[in-house]
Design a protein around this ligand. Structure first.
Ligand code: NAD
Length: 295
């Protein structure tokens, strides 16, 4: 963390206005956290329904703070007004930093990032919240990869302290410094890591998910596995529930990236339950149906 702070000091880019592209589970959470911690943020999506969900989630979280007496109503209103939802790319011109948080698909991300780079003013820092895709792969279609790095938040954004900042081969120190600075402003604990599929956390987490999926394929009852991991092993949630929180579509995309990156250790398993659920439109908590059903 101290090293990260030193890097922040080396940066001259002041982040006064942020933007997030993709208003899903992560984009909505990033918008909330940024507004809550005092950096106004523009939240862009291609679907009005996603923007409405993102804003709804932010008001719910803020409402809870007011209910618990931790926030005054006027601060809630001020925080909400610091999030500007939009469907229009041109509204992001004033941002000093853009966090891309669209679907975990390299082709979609490359296209979104290339367009953002083309439209954004000189000096804007561009980041991706990708969970697993290598930063150098995403940077390959950019003309200024020095201004780009990974900024990987964890779910739920308002509760998880860690942010992985991923340095691509061509990322400049200035860019890393600005992103570390922004992460610290958001009250997060940034770590700067090297680039590889899954970075640091998902290189640990996805083999764990693979172990769980294999158990299920071999006939284990997923709910019992979760109960043991929660009640006896003592983790806050078991792997099945955690996969529902992450989103089974997203987890399935990540599994594919990890398998391509580590073909011998992380090969895709036959009858992988996450892949089966995702194929059958069971995306986890986001659409109330995954390993578990939600009402
Ligand atoms: P999500 O499915 O909840 O949201 C994705 C959003 O992107 C949707 O609202 C969709 O409308 C929008 N979108 C798609 N194409 C777009 C485009 N061209 N322009 C603007 N918006 C577009 O997904 P999520 O869980 O928020 O994941 C987003 C990213 O964050 C992924 O890269 C994922 O790997 C990463 N991530 C997810 C988690 C998690 O636990 N869910 C954790 C860390 C990182």
């Amino acid at each position: 963390k101290n090293k990260a702070r030193k890097q922040a000091k080396a940066s001259t880019t002041q982040i006064k206005q942020a933007a997030v592209v993709g208003a899903g589970i992560m984009g909505g959470g990033i918008a909330y956290q940024s507004a809550y911690k005092g950096t106004p943020i523009i939240m862009k999506d291609i679907a009005q329904s996603a923007l409405d969900l993102g804003m709804g989630e932010a008001s719910k979280l803020l409402g809870k703070q007011v209910e618990r007496g931790r926030m005054k109503l006027d601060k809630m209103v001020k925080t909400l007004s610091a999030i500007k939802p939009t469907l229009n790319d041109n509204d992001m011109q004033s941002a000093n930093i853009i966090v891309e948080a669209v679907v975990e698909n390299p082709k979609v991300k490359q296209a979104v990032l290339a367009k953002l780079e083309q439209d954004m003013p000189e000096g804007t820092v561009l980041t991706s919240n990708t969970s697993t895709i290598q930063i150098d792969e995403l940077a390959s279609t950019l003309t200024k990869p020095e201004n780009f790095c990974g900024m990987h938040f964890f779910n739920p954004v308002h509760r998880m302290p860690l942010v992985e900042i991923i340095r691509g081969k061509k990322t400049s120190d200035e860019t890393i410094g600005a992103v570390v600075d922004y992460a610290l402003k958001l009250g997060k604990s940034p770590i700067v890591v090297n680039d590889c599929p899954g970075f640091f956390v998902n290189r640990v987490l996805f083999p764990y998910f693979a172990g769980f999926n294999q158990l299920v394929v071999e006939g284990a009852n997923f709910a019992k596995v979760d109960k043991v991991m929660e009640n006896v092993f003592g983790w806050p949630m078991g792997p099945g529930y955690l996969l529902d929180v992450v989103g089974l579509d997203t987890a399935n995309h990540c599994t594919g990236v990890m398998a391509a990156g580590f073909p011998t250790r992380m090969a895709i398993q036959e009858k992988d339950p996450v892949a089966l659920f995702a194929k059958n439109n069971r995306f986890g908590q986001k659409n109330a149906s995954g390993f578990y059903k939600y009402v």
